[in-house]
Design a protein around this ligand. Structure first.
Ligand code: TRP
Length: 455
């Protein structure tokens, strides 16, 4: 018998906890600022409703039905026909595992800096020094010392997460997350309200909520779709794994909808905290990947007790990223153990070290390697865009093909209806079927092709 969630609340907490991460507090505000604010948010919300909720349901369904690891699930449910799909999905999962470490490294870096700031150490205090890590702010390359720091913190993050997986204190981290995440949530609500009262913030609110429909193009649509996948960890094997832990009588439709809504609320509030702050600081919104990190010290420096709350904020962000990273590592480790017949420890070391090498390349792409550009993106941005915009959506489509075209319809319907809560309505099931069978595969393919053409 597989490990399973003890209760419905346990399943909800685990799913929301795994979905909420840097995707909400870092990537969503970053993408929103990069792709035109309100317009991006509206398209994102449409994707969440029409793509993410059905797909989240589809992936949990695959996991619960198969009762095996995510990769094997494709193999088992397709009777060997889609064995390769799981391996393809693992590529995206591995790439995200590696570049996520860079952002995790920023969290540690900023946590240290905010502690130093509180202690009033000259060199690190003040907002300006907090901003220098990011190239675009100063318009010039960061100093060597910045790059060395970035690499170092990236490695600290990667190796710590690897160690957590080996030593097996994962449960401890997850439990502490259950306490820290709600505090982080309250903190961002409080800060979002505070930010609205900063002079200049209203301009930022207009950017966030007044869409300019004339700016719509293939790139924006692809980015919004990518974020809708990334934020809910869709197409990366994570949701399938959690689905296999789900209890037999939990309603997967209900749980998926709840998770998607909570994740979205988190992301939107985080943006309301971050973007108007950038306007209030008089900075350009297109700050690039560092947008959350740059604006937070400024916002917190504006309130009484701010330096302490800033530390709390980065602790929350760090926990959120560590818990996401270890769940990604876990998926890779399970795969390597099985494919290469390695021990758990050996596989973890192999995955962590390989991911670290790629992570260092990504970290250096803000400094010494910034001249390497592919499709106008540095290595970090390339990893980011390739996973979110291509690997996750394609793997997601493979999941919908499994559900819509390969599995027997009775099995799918039986799995959806197996619940102690009220059963889903016939029309809901029909809509789910049409969306997964036709709409998602066709639309995702069209959006990817169109997005690539307009690059
Ligand atoms: N959803 C996570 C976040 O918002 C990121 C993520 C993407 C992820 N793919 C994953 C987490 C796979 C765990 C496993 O930060």
């Amino acid at each position: 018998m597989r490990e399973s969630f003890q209760s419905k609340t346990g399943a909800l907490l685990a799913l929301v906890g795994s979905a909420v991460g840097l995707g909400n507090l870092w990537r969503f505000p970053y993408m929103t600022s990069q792709y035109g604010g309100a317009l991006f948010i509206i398209i994102y919300l449409l994707f969440i409703i029409f793509f993410s909720i059905p797909l989240f349901t589809a992936e949990t369904l695959i996991g619960r039905r198969a009762q095996t690891n995510a990769c094997e699930a494709f193999n088992k449910l397709s009777h060997g026909k889609m064995r390769w799909a799981g391996s393809f999905g693992m590529i995206g999962c591995f790439l995200v595992t590696s570049y996520y470490c860079v952002v995790g490294g920023w969290c540690i870096n900023y946590l240290f800096r905010s502690v130093a700031n509180l202690l009033g150490r000259g060199g690190l205090s003040g907002i300006e020094s907090l901003q220098t890590t990011f190239v675009t702010v100063s318009g010039s390359l960061p100093q060597w010392s910045e790059s060395v720091q970035s690499v170092l913190f990236t490695l600290v993050f990667a190796l710590t997460c690897g160690a957590i997986v080996i030593i097996g204190v994962k449960k401890g981290i997850e439990t502490s997350c259950k306490w820290i995440m709600p505090i982080l949530f309250l903190l961002i609500i409080f800060m979002a309200i505070r930010v609205m009262f900063l002079p200049g913030a209203m301009e930022g609110m207009a950017f966030l909520f007044r869409p300019d429909f004339s700016c719509i193009n293939g790139k924006v649509v692809m980015a919004a779709m990518g974020q809708a996948f990334f934020s809910l960890s869709l197409g990366s094997m994570a949701v399938i794994t959690y689905g296999s832990y789900m209890r037999r009588d939990d309603s997967i439709g209900q749980i998926s909808t709840f998770t998607a809504f909570s994740d979205t609320i988190f992301a939107v509030i985080a943006s309301v905290m971050i973007i108007p702050a950038v306007f209030a600081m008089g900075l350009e919104v297109s700050q690039g990947a560092g947008v959350s990190f740059i604006s937070m010290p400024f916002v917190f420096s504006n309130i009484p007790g701010g330096p302490v709350l800033l530390i709390l904020f980065f602790i929350g962000l760090l926990f959120a990223s560590v818990s996401s990273e270890i769940s990604m590592l876990e998926s890779n480790v399970a795969y390597v153990m099985e494919k290469l017949k390695m021990s758990r420890k050996g596989a973890t070391i192999l995955v962590t070290l390989t991911a670290s090498v790629f992570a260092v390349l990504c970290a250096l792409s803000f400094g010494p390697l910034s001249h390497i550009k592919i499709l106008d993106r540095n290595i970090f941005d390339l990893f980011d865009a390739a996973t979110a915009n291509i690997f996750f959506p394609v793997t997601g489509v493979l999941g919908t093909i499994l559900i819509g075209w390969v599995m027997k319809k009775e099995h799918v319907v039986a799995e959806l209806s197996r619940t102690s809560s009220p059963r889903p309505h016939k029309t809901t099931i029909k809509a789910f079927y049409v969306i997964t069978k036709y709409i998602i595969p066709i639309m995702v393919t069209a959006i990817i092709i169109n997005g690539l053409i307009s690059q």
